[in-house]
Design a protein around this ligand. Structure first.
Ligand SMILES: [Ca+2]
Ligand SMILES: [Ca+2]
Ligand SMILES: [Ca+2]
Length: 425
């Protein structure tokens, strides 16, 4: 039985339309059912459960300019949450109504502190209940009282709009007789330390409770859109100076940078001091997590796997690394050999891209094979030959594109993310 050329072309177009529509349906389903989340801070709790800060990819699609244009999140949005999963991946607790929450911090009294980024506030929740028992809002601070150079016209005192400070981190420290919080105000290019004990005794949001700060909105050589400042064991501060592509250790007493690391990184967003003194760095736009020796600054461990713009990584007590994989939509626990020992979530984005690429490669290769087969023993005129070779070259091009997506999908996803959200400049 011989198929006419028209019939073959019909089959080819049919396959193409079918694949395209299947993709659109799958993409719509995944995004509308919130199956493509974006993970930020992830914390392993002492009981083995994991806290995950998330907003959805649907969010990114619907409001690609949310962060760039400071578009408010509707009240009680279910797409910006902190939830807790047990080791089997069951969701056991959730708190919604946040705006791109970047950080959750487990307090000694069992409460949690949350950096509710877009809402420009730190909240303390009486976990496992869901009452806000304390709130710190930079809009309630008269910043001129902290530094007279910041007058009423200064950005720190206005305009108070959604995501004005982009408050992206809170860290807690017990100074034995009192406690403090280290808070990162990204759009202020500044981190502040506040006396948590005094805040809790009240009145809260007092300028007097700001006991230390580092950074200046008008001086990007200090900090430029930083993430994840942490207290170091020696009392100093480590911070990811993200837009400056470097990690800094700042002397707490004299505010001088006494250590820095800047080597081939793109938008690092987390740096943790490890028990052996090494530094664990999340190099977001390079989609990797690596560990350096703090003295020699040599890389002693590195992991890429399926990471796409990871937000942060923690070393767990068992020596494994827990990673919040940004738009990759998966939380990974990786052992020191680089093997995945636990995960939460499925990367539907990756599944969709892989499925398409493999389908495209099979269908296009088969088409080329059948074209050559059909040409056997037949003499073609010049026009027919040109058309056939043009078509074969086109299919070859599509196969090459599919291979590029297969091998470089991480970099492509990062490029799309930057283009859509305006992240990292
Ligand atoms: Ca945390
Ligand atoms: Ca943090
Ligand atoms: Ca970390």
């Amino acid at each position: 039985m011989r198929f006419t050329p028209k019939f073959k072309i019909g089959i080819f177009i049919g396959f193409f339309v079918l694949t395209l529509s299947a993709n659109l349906v799958l993409f719509y389903t995944f995004s509308s059912k919130n199956m493509m989340p974006s993970y930020l801070d992830v914390d392993r709790k002492p009981n083995g459960n994991t806290f995950i800060c998330t907003f959805s990819f649907r969010e990114v699609i619907n409001y690609p300019n949310r962060v760039r244009n400071q578009i408010p999140v509707p009240d009680n949005s279910t797409e910006h949450s902190i939830f807790e999963v047990d080791q089997y991946g069951n969701k056991v607790w959730e708190y919604i109504g946040l705006a791109q929450p970047h950080e959750v911090e487990y307090l000694p009294n069992g409460h949690i502190l949350v950096a509710d980024t877009g809402h420009d506030r730190v909240i303390e929740i009486d976990y496992p209940n869901k009452n806000i028992v304390w709130e710190w809002k930079p809009e309630l601070i008269n910043w001129t009282e902290i530094n007279s150079a910041w007058d009423t016209t200064h950005y720190y005192n206005n305009p108070i709009i959604f995501d004005w400070t982009h408050l992206n981190d809170v860290d807690f420290k017990n100074y034995s007789t009192w406690s403090a919080c280290l808070i990162s105000l990204r759009n202020f290019d500044m981190i502040v330390e506040i006396n948590y004990t005094a805040e809790r005794l009240g009145p809260a949001n007092s300028p007097n409770n700001i006991i230390w700060y580092y950074g200046d909105y008008n001086n990007h050589s200090l900090l430029y859109h930083q993430h994840n400042p942490d207290y170091l064991s020696d009392g100093n501060i480590i911070v990811s100076d993200s837009e400056n592509d470097r990690i800094l250790k700042v002397n707490y007493s004299n505010k001088e940078v006494f250590w820095s690391y800047q080597s081939g990184m793109r938008w690092p967003r987390d740096a943790d001091e490890l028990p052996n003194g090494n530094i664990l760095i999340t190099d977001s736009l390079n989609s990797r997590v690596f560990e350096i020796d703090a003295v020699s600054k040599q890389i002693v461990w590195s992991f890429r796997g399926d990471l796409i713009n990871p937000y942060e990584a923690d070393m767990l007590d068992n020596g494994n690394i827990l990673i919040g994989n940004g738009i990759g939509g998966v939380v990974y626990e990786i052992n020191p050999d680089g093997f995945e020992v636990w995960r939460y979530g499925i990367s539907y984005l990756k599944s969709l891209i892989y499925l398409n690429c493999i389908l495209a490669i099979i269908i296009e290769s088969a088409t080329i094979f059948f074209i050559f087969n059909g040409m056997k023993g037949r003499s073609l005129n010049r026009i027919e030959k040109i058309l056939k070779y043009f078509f074969i070259s086109f299919l070859g091009f599509l196969i090459a594109v599919a291979f590029i997506f297969l091998f470089f999908y991480t970099s492509i996803a990062v490029m799309v993310f930057i283009a859509m959200t305006g992240a990292a400049r």
